[in-house]
Design a protein around this ligand. Structure first.
Ligand SMILES: NC(=O)c1ccc[n+]([C@@H]2O[C@H](COP(=O)([O-])OP(=O)(O)OC[C@H]3O[C@@H](n4cnc5c(N)ncnc54)[C@H](OP(=O)(O)O)[C@@H]3O)[C@@H](O)[C@H]2O)c1
Length: 278
């Protein structure tokens, strides 16, 4: 049986988590902070003091506010009476548990519950099941977060304090940088006057992701590097300029490493491609 949950901060994350918890009977007891309620079923409690008043012992208070608001928010909650029987987690992927020191000093259990997903402004709850979540905290809180994750259909991974920055850098590269790549690829198409940019790339990206999920990355890889096709890469480099060229070169160096790991492309071809890209 998972502990009850209260969520403070009704932005993208707070609304998505609230709706996901309600659709799996996940024990959501209160919502609060600024933002919009995700449903009419629970009223939004705006004042922190009213929000924590009467919450059951062991309740997990999920603080889903912007990263730079976490420390002041922790100080506000820590100054309230009777918070030591609650467990506070934030939802930032980079801050680690230390940002809730004020609450830990006040005797509360503190930790992190970061769902590794890009949540849209509406209906983000649909993306929650099947996602991974990075969690941290003392053992009893981690057990509680694992139980909540199971209810949500989320794969929980416990992170050590020194792993958060690497975890977040990797997540930003895989998600935000992918959009940067698409923006650049779309611009290359637009500059050449190709219609339907960047939409025509999206089924390709989806197919690539499906392959990456079903196969090892080395088997998912297609294209000129995997084929050892130096001529195509030379033509691309002749065309591209500026940031697009730099991005292409850096990304394709990573692709060369992947092809090397795959072991199917002749090493002399990969060495020649590497020379072009350096
Ligand atoms: N969006 C995602 O995909 C995603 C995924 C994983 C983790 N996260 C994490 O979740 C956290 C929240 O992100 P978000 O995307 O949900 O941000 P968001 O959409 O900007 O929502 C934050 C909400 O918290 C409210 N808030 C901020 N400071 C507050 C305060 N002092 N008192 C009361 N309410 C306050 C904001 O109200 P105002 O707008 O009025 O300030 C807003 O409603 C961040 O740590 C983020 O890293 C987000």
């Amino acid at each position: 049986m998972a502990s009850p949950v209260a969520i403070f901060g009704m932005g993208r994350f707070g609304r998505a988590l609230a709706a996901a918890l309600q659709s799996c009977d996940g024990g959501l007891v209160r919502i609060g902070g600024r933002g919009r309620p995700h449903t009419q079923k629970l009223a939004l409690v705006t004042e922190p003091a009213d929000f924590v008043r009467g919450l059951p012992k062991g309740c997990i208070v999920v603080v889903a506010v912007r990263d730079d608001a976490l420390e002041p928010m922790a100080a506000t909650f820590a100054a309230l009476p009777g918070i030591s029987h609650l467990q506070f987690v934030h939802t930032s992927g980079v801050s680690g548990p230390g940002v809730f020191k004020a609450l830990a000093d006040a005797g509360a259990n503190t930790g992190v519950f970061h769902v590794l997903q890009s949540l849209p402004p509406e209906n983000g709850h649909a993306r929650v099941p099947g996602s991974y979540a990075a969690i941290a905290g003392p053992p009893d809180l981690v057990e509680d977060l694992r139980a909540v994750s199971r209810l949500l259909g989320v794969h929980a991974i416990e992170l050590k304090p020194d792993q958060w920055t690497a975890y977040h850098a990797a997540a930003v590269l895989a998600s935000n940088a992918l959009l940067g790549l698409l923006e650049t690829a779309g611009q290359i198409l637009k500059d050449a006057g190709v219609p339907s940019a960047p939409q025509l790339l999206l089924p390709l990206v989806r197919g690539t992701l499906d392959n990456a999920e079903a196969l090892d990355l080395t088997l998912a890889l297609t294209g000129p590097v995997a084929r050892g096709d130096t001529g195509s890469i030379r033509r691309h480099l002749d065309l591209l300029e500026g940031d697009a060229r730099e991005l292409y070169k850096a990304a394709m160096r990573a692709v060369v490493k992947l092809a090397k790991r795959g072991g199917k492309t002749p090493p002399e071809k990969l060495a020649e491609i590497n020379r072009l890209l350096n």
